[in-house]
Structures are given as structure tokens and as C-alpha cells.
Design a protein around this ligand. Structure first.
Ligand SMILES: Cc1ncc(COP(=O)(O)O)c(C=O)c1O
Length: 368
């Protein structure tokens, strides 16, 4: 049908293969009792940042700094990295898209995980390339399976560390080994959207590996622990050569004024970050423990969310999600991730977590 419309005739064939990305539930905030579907921070940003944003709004008639200089300086200082190797974007989604735009094309292959972030195949198809899925092992990213999928056509490998939606991590030793073995003509993207939540000492966010592996790109976001999801700020870190390419093709003013300001300020809020990490550990452990006691299979999650497999016979995952929705509690259905028996639950505010656990307990009791 679409092919009969003359102006759609020459669309890249891959675009017809894309299913639109469906985000975690967005309903009227006032009626939502618990939003545990998008791995957002449960905390609002400190009021001193809100106040400085308000002051800045009067300059909205002017374009923001297209090079995000102040933000890059703040990132470089905070993460002890080189400013000229940073590119900022309208969320890390923006950086991921730029990477595909620059490094893949028709007839190339992009490797991602079969249980990975759904945006990777979307941007792969948009660039005209073909996604190749490497199977996870017990819901963990498998470097072995990724390597087996490498062909002459492979241009990019994407994986998130920690992985979304499974929460698994790859430790530094394995990461270094993988980077040594992967051919240097392939761009390796480690998406560190949830890196700040990891407490395992053997974990590396990969920023220190960029020097040794110039084909490595690390992407990061301000949408998760930094609680700026609505502002849309992310960044990438790589060799100067790769960053120059991404800088050339990004939108001229791809990070807005208030996003730049808020992001550079939130990095200095050590108390806020520590509070977020502590809260995450406490409630992730509680949710895991209680769901396990109810009989669910809960996978070790290193981010701010848990992958839960419903192995109960008394009730289906669909029925669980439908019940929770009636109570205005939203967790993430993983149907689109080909995991219909699973769901993903983010760590929310104390009240949200308790309510979720209470309602799910009530439902199971009723279903026995
Ligand atoms: C693994 C992963 N990467 C990237 C993103 C996108 O983040 P951003 O808000 O920076 O675009 C998400 C969002 O959920 C994610 O889970």
C-alpha cells in the first residue's frame, strides 16, 4: 500500500521494518500511583538548580551555545576525561543515532543483543543497515555470541553495560579482552546509561579504555541517576577522530539552554547522587527479596531496575500487568523485547515501591 504513494516509494527499505519505539506509560501524572516503567530517577532535582533554570529562561529568544562548552567542561572535570573528546546530545539517543548515521550504511551490519535496548535496531534500520542479534546467555550479554556474529559487513557493535532490560553487566577484565579481540575497523559502543548505579568493584564504565581503544565510544546520559530525563541531555566519549566526525553531523544546537545549565550543575550535587545510589540499593534489594518470596524469578540487576520472570502457574504476566494498571501502577511490559513472560520494574520512590509490592501480593493471594 505504502509503495503506491509516490513520495514514499523510495524510502529506505529498512524503515518499513521498524516498529515505533513505545516508551514507558505516560498518563496524567496526577492519576499515576507508581510509575516504575521507564527507569527514571524517583527524585526531583535540588531546588537551587530549579531556581537557576528559571532565571535562565529569559534568554530563550537566543540560541544556546551550540558547542555546549560549559557542559563539556563540567563533564570533563567530573569524570576526569578530555574535553575535546566529548560530544553532547539531545539525550544519549541523539548520540546513538549520530553513531549509526556516521558509521553504518546500506549493506552493513550492526550487532546488538536480542535482549537489548530497542532503539539500537531502530537506528540501524534508519541508517539503511541490518541489525544482527547476538543471543544473551541466561539474560546476560554474551561477548562470545557477539564475536560469533562478526562478519566482513559488521560496522558497529552496540551493547549497554548494565544492559537494559536485563540488568546484567560485563566486568572490566572481560571488556578489555573483548576490545582486544574485536577488529579495530568495527566501532564498539558501550552504552553506560545506568553505569552510575553499579557498585561492583570489578566494573568499569569504559571511559578509561578509550585511550587504548580508539574504536570505542562510550555513551552516557543525564536521564537516569541525574534525574534530568525531561531535559534530554546525553554525551559520548571517544577518540578525537571519532568525536570530530560526530560533531560535524550533529544538529547545530542539539542541547538546549536549560538542559546545558541543569546538567552542568547536577554533576556537582554529590549529596543528591549519593542519596540516589543508597536509595537504589535499599529498594532494589527489598523488591528483589519480596518478589522472590512470592515465587518470581528475579535476575541480578546492576542498574535501577529489575528483570522479573513470571514462573508462577496461577497467573499470567499479562494479568499481572493489567491488574497493576487498574491500580495506576505501571511497570514495563517486555512483549516488545520478545520476553512476554517477563516484566521490568524500576526502583521508584519509597511509597511507589511499597505500593507495587503490596498490590502484587494482594493479587497473588486472590489468585491462589
Ligand atoms: C540502555 C539505554 N540507553 C539509552 C537510553 C536513552 O537515554 P536518553 O534519555 O539519554 O536518551 C536508555 C533509556 O531508557 C537506555 O535504557
Amino acid at each position: 500500500m505504502k509503495n503506491k504513494i509516490p513520495y514514499l516509494k523510495d524510502i529506505k527499505p529498512g524503515i518499513n521494518k521498524i516498529s515505533k519505539y513505545v516508551s514507558g506509560e505516560i498518563k496524567d501524572k496526577k492519576i499515576i500511583a507508581a510509575k516504575l516503567s521507564s527507569n527514571e530517577s524517583p527524585f526531583e532535582i535540588p531546588s537551587n538548580i530549579i531556581n537557576s533554570i528559571i532565571k535562565e529562561l529569559r534568554y530563550s529568544n537566543k540560541y544556546p551555545d551550540g558547542d555546549s562548552e560549559i557542559l563539556k567542561s563540567a563533564i570533563a572535570k567530573n569524570f576526569k576525561i578530555k574535553k575535546n573528546q566529548i560530544v553532547c546530545g539531545n539525550g544519549s539517543d541523539d548520540i546513538l543515532s549520530l553513531i549509526c548515521l556516521a558509521f553504518s550504511r546500506e549493506d552493513s551490519e550492526v550487532i546488538c543483543s536480542n535482549n537489548g535496548f530497542l532503539f539500537y535496531p531502530i537506528i540501524t534500520y534508519s541508517s539503511g543497515a541490518k541489525p544482527i542479534y547476538a543471543e544473551t546467555e541466561n539474560f546476560s550479554i554474551s561477548i562470545k555470541n557477539i564475536k560469533e556474529k562478526i562478519s566482513k559487513k559488521t560496522k558497529i557493535i552496540f551493547f549497554a553495560n548494565p544492559n537494559n532490560p536485563t540488568g546484567s553487566i560485563i566486568l572490566k577484565k572481560e571488556l578489555v579482552k573483548a576490545l582486544k579481540e574485536i577488529p579495530k575497523n568495527i566501532i564498539v559502543v558501550i552504552d553506560g546509561a545506568y553505569a552510575e548505579y553499579v557498585i561492583d568493584k570489578e566494573f568499569s564504565d569504559g571511559l578509561d579504555l578509550v585511550k587504548k581503544f580508539p574504536n570505542l565510544i562510550i555513551t552516557r546520559t543525564f536521564s537516569k541517576i541525574y534525574a534530568l530525563a525531561a531535559f534530554r541531555v546525553g554525551w559520548g566519549y571517544s577518540s578525537p577522530e571519532i568525536i570530530q566526525i560526530l560533531e560535524k553531523i550533529r544538529g547545530p544546537f542539539n542541547v538546549n539552554l536549560v538542559a546545558q545549565l541543569a546538567a552542568s550543575k547536577i554533576l556537582r550535587e554529590e549529596k543528591f547522587i549519593n542519596k540516589s545510589i543508597k536509595h537504589n540499593i535499599k529498594y532494589k534489594n527489598l523488591i528483589e527479596k519480596e518478589l522472590k518470596e512470592m515465587g518470581f524469578l528475579v535476575f541480578k540487576g546492576h542498574g535501577n531496575f529489575l528483570l522479573v520472570k513470571n514462573s508462577l502457574e496461577i497467573i499470567s504476566t499479562k494479568q499481572i500487568l493489567r491488574y497493576l494498571e487498574k491500580k495506576n501502577i505501571y511497570v514495563r511490559s517486555l512483549r516488545a523485547y520478545n520476553l512476554p513472560e517477563c516484566f521490568r520494574v524500576s526502583v521508584g520512590k519509597r511509597k511507589e515501591n511499597i505500593l507495587f509490592l503490596k498490590e502484587i501480593k494482594k493479587l497473588l493471594k486472590r489468585s491462589c
